[in-house]
Design a protein around this ligand. Structure first.
Ligand code: ITT
Length: 192
């Protein structure tokens, strides 16, 4: 029988990526699937803090074992910004976020950056954190239609194409989220 686990996210792209990574052994339930339609507060100033807030909220209000992902893009030349504020960087959506980032980087030749995710897992009384990082660089213009968020302006190390151009098969193998989900799977297997 498939193991059911709740992923405390409102981001359909994250849900799709993680469900693909976890494969057939797991049924990943969305917040909507458990009747949670609230916007869970993300008031911490670290990925770990926010991931734990989201997971705890679901555990406390809905009683499910669950995991949550807090993630973002950290740009070296911007001192790690937008970081934990990646989703809210411009006050608009992904297009506006990318436009603001490209503008802030217009005069910058040092273009190193990384995506980072922290996954918080709550099972029973236990909590665990898993981290995944993928290094790369910021392009000068947006390229590709796949993925979500900042994918069209991020080229992972060892590739010449953006995550949006590489497509989900490659991204789901090498991304920050893939690295954290690998550890999540090990932990879920141990708990089972
Ligand atoms: P939940 O909090 O409901 O999970 P969210 O989109 O608000 O969804 P975050 O608070 O973790 O998620 O914000 C992460 C933002 O960082 C996300 O909106 C994207 O802009 C960016 N991001 C994270 N992972 C990404 C990825 O794999 N590719 C591109 N952008 C990503």
């Amino acid at each position: 029988m498939k193991q059911k686990i709740v992923f405390a996210t409102n981001n359909a792209h994250k849900l799709e990526e993680v469900a693909a990574m976890l494969g057939d052994a797991y049924e990943v339930l969305s917040l909507r699937a458990i009747g949670c339609n609230e916007d869970i507060p993300e008031t911490a100033d670290t990925f770990a803090g926010n991931a734990m807030l989201k997971a705890r909220y679901v555990k406390e209000h809905y009683g499910y074992d669950c995991f949550a992902d807090d993630s973002g893009l950290e740009v070296d030349a911007l001192g790690g910004a937008p970081g934990v504020y990646s989703a809210r960087y411009s006050g608009g959506g992904s297009e506006e976020n990318m436009a603001k980032l490209l503008q802030n980087m217009a005069e910058e030749n040092e273009r190193g950056a990384q995506f980072r995710t922290i996954i918080a897992l709550l099972i029973g009384e236990d909590s665990q954190l898993f981290e995944g990082i993928v290094r790369g660089h910021i392009t000068r213009e947006r390229k590709g239609e796949g993925g979500f968020g900042y994918d069209p302006i991020f080229v992972p190390e060892g590739y010449d194409l953006t995550f949006a151009e590489l497509g989900s098969e490659v991204k789901n193998r090498i991304s920050h989220r893939a690295k954290a989900v690998e550890q999540l799977v090990v932990a879920l297997k141990q708990k089972n």
